[in-house]
Write a protein that binds this ligand. Sequence first.
Ligand code: ADP
Ligand code: GLC
Length: 511
Amino acid sequence: MLRILFASSEAYPLIKTGGLADVSGSLPRALLKLGHDVRILMPAYRDALQNARAAGVKTVATFTLENAVSGDHTVSIMETRLPGSRVKTWLLDCPALFDRPGNPYLDENNQDYADNDLRFLLFSRAAAELGLNRCGLDWQPDVVHCNDWQTGLTPVFLDQLGLQSAAAEQPRPATVFTIHNLAYQGLYGYETFTATQLPANFWHHEALEFHNQFSLIKGGIVYADRVNTVSPTYAREIQSERFGYGLQGLLRHRGEKLSGILNGINDEEWNPGTDAYLMHRYNRRTIAQRTKNKLELQKQLGLKVDASIPLLGFIGRLVEQKGVDWILANINLMLERGAQLVVLGNGEHAFEAALREAAALAPLSIAATIGYNEALAHRIEAASDIFLMPSKFEPCGLNQLYSLRYGAVPLVHNVGGLADTVIDTTASSLEDGSATGFVFDSLARDEPGDIALQTTLGRALDLYTDKPCWQSLQSNGMQQDNSWKQSALKYERLYRAAIADVAGKSPAYLT
Ligand code: ADP
Ligand code: GLC
């Protein structure tokens, strides 16, 4: 049994902006099932605290973080359970930094909070103190699992503070840092670096400095015992110039300490057989029921109600990463081919406006819901014939996994986790029963993405008319096991490897 402190800036269902919350809300449950003692640490945002109340919340520790982030801060740990599970969850309460409405990172005007650097420095520091069992909780983790730049400094602080505790013959816990998205790095100025009160030699390009900025993600990449990302393909891609954002050299340098582990899904939450958001539940054997969800959705969104029309779905953040521009470039093709498009998402205003405009011009064929809506997301998965994920890069991606489970055939770009989870339909993959979707490869063919998408969309729409063939695609996907079973075991092995690394290192630490 391992004791694991899982530090994350979001965890479903307490608070969610994207896939990180899905992972943080489901991997710890899978680790608990494997018999580990896992605790989630997350900031006590106002909404998260509110959502936790039903499960009961009690203050279990109050302590002062001395000399942390430009001075002393008194904070509390509020203990609850992740709703719907037995996973102990610790909310770091510091009202001045986290008692704010809405999104964990953005204010009401969708702007980053001006003090995000200090908010997550403090969070990272608290995770390190808990990791060293210095907060009066009488619980010493074997490993601290950090996620994304918001926790990037935890391995750094542990390394620093661990030196003192190593001298006191208490080893520091091992650290694992997971990169969910290298595009978000937590870059700040020199003043933020000084606020950490780390020794001056950390301001170095082999440490935390990155092109004259203070890089929080580098903290995790340089100092964690093990670094991983959320698919094997993305782990390779980020070591290349195209996907590495200037960090490819460092990532290559971490060599065998860097690996890729595919995300799993919460298969209770995302199960078409029991999904409370659906009017008509179904499974592989009762797939005919699925059409009723499509008719409901067409009606709800004011589209032409007709089961024979191919329905394309898209759910996601409306940002460059997700290939929204390639979707927009193919809207005419969709209309010419008599398809419908349902979009749910929010993000950049230009994308939101373009999608709204497309829907206004063809209201019977295109529906754009701008906003965040969990119920609608489930209904789109249960209704779409084809689920679009033409991402320019995709560390793992969860929606294609939900689509596979829901019988919405995914059409994806050949990158990251999309490449690792969807098998393109060809004569031979149909024949051997491995085909689960459609994959386009603009990179290998050196073709513009919108054109590559166009060709593959045409191919998918052609095949859609072949019902037996389409049903076998759906059935193949629905049989795929994307639960956490395998991946949680891989994390367990990664934790043990990190622990072995620390054990191997400790003499050097003491000298
Ligand atoms: P990313 O983390 O890059 O946004 P993922 O595919 O890993 O992408 O995960 C996105 C998660 O957020 C999925 O669970 C998806 O259903 C959800 N999601 C994204 N946008 C919305 C939205 N507008 N409404 C509801 N759920 C959304
Ligand atoms: C990130 C990535 C996404 C991944 C998610 C969870 O937000 O963009 O691909 O699935 O994290 O790991």
